[in-house]
Design a protein around this ligand. Structure first.
Ligand SMILES: [Zn+2]
Length: 259
């Protein structure tokens, strides 16, 4: 029933989306993994932090408390969004699929912006995939270059940063599950350092998370930089958010079915 209502509501919204082409052909990979567009120059590659966030999240001496700062969570569990830039038909459809999937699995609501002053502007202006982190009053940005639409999970990855989720592989307990190697100090500090604000909310470490980087992220010439300690597991999937990703959102946002 929930899906039906969402599809019904979205059907009307798509008509007013900034569609510029009816015929862009993007082949969806059968097993989509993290795109290079997430490996940019921002914090950990794809998170744009405010100055105060940079100070806050780099304070690695801070003890892990198990609760993410609630000030970065969206009020009323609701995100208003608007579009900017050029969008192809399939890209608009995939964006809506991405938010519908999150809405169906959590208590997060997405609404098309009318007159809200706090909202996310989703833009295709630049080629990489990156976003502002969490709620901060005013306009927040999610940038999705055209490559970022090749998989639904890549779109969801950026939306989850906007909701206030960090990368799974920087979780406070990640050293029990992965080994970081073949990376120099600068890249380690810039992209792969543990973040002690990064709570798992009591959930297990999730190799299958859409927020986990792939084995060769920021690596030298393809040598693995992130090696799972459990043999045979794959990391860096960008198909769809995992069950644990959904549970994490539900626990963070105190959804009624989050426990
Ligand atoms: Zn990211």
């Amino acid at each position: 029933m929930k899906w039906f209502l969402i599809v019904f509501c979205v059907a009307g919204i798509v008509q007013s989306s900034p569609i510029v082409s009816q015929n862009r052909s993007i082949l969806l990979s059968v097993d989509p993994t993290q795109p290079s567009g997430e490996l940019g120059y921002y914090h950990e590659g794809d998170m744009m932090l405010t100055y105060s966030q940079q100070i806050e999240f780099k304070n690695i001496n801070k003890n892990w408390t198990g609760t993410l700062e609630s000030k970065y969570q969206w009020p009323n569990k609701t995100i208003a969004f608007d579009f900017e830039g050029t969008w192809y038909t399939e890209e608009t459809q995939r964006f809506y699929y991405a938010i519908m999937d999150i809405a169906a699995k959590t208590c997060i609501k997405f609404v098309r912006r009318t007159n809200q002053t706090n909202y996310i502007m989703v833009t295709t202006a630049e080629s990489n995939c990156f976003s502002d982190f969490g709620f901060v009053p005013g306009i927040r940005i999610i940038n999705l270059g055209h490559e970022c639409f090749n998989s639904i999970g890549t779109i969801q990855h950026q939306i989850l940063h906007s909701l206030g989720l960090f990368h799974t592989h920087t979780a406070y307990n990640r050293d029990e599950y992965i080994t970081i190697k073949n990376i120099d100090d600068y890249y380690y500090k810039s992209y792969l350092e543990i973040n002690y604000e990064n709570s798992r909310f009591g959930l297990p470490y999730d190799y299958n998370s859409v927020m986990h980087f792939k084995e060769t992220a920021f690596a030298y010439y393809g040598s693995p930089s992130i090696e799972p300690k459990e043999k045979g597991v794959k990391i860096g999937q960008r198909k769809l958010l995992s069950d644990i990703d959904s549970q994490l959102i539900n626990r963070m946002y105190s959804c009624p079915y989050g426990q």
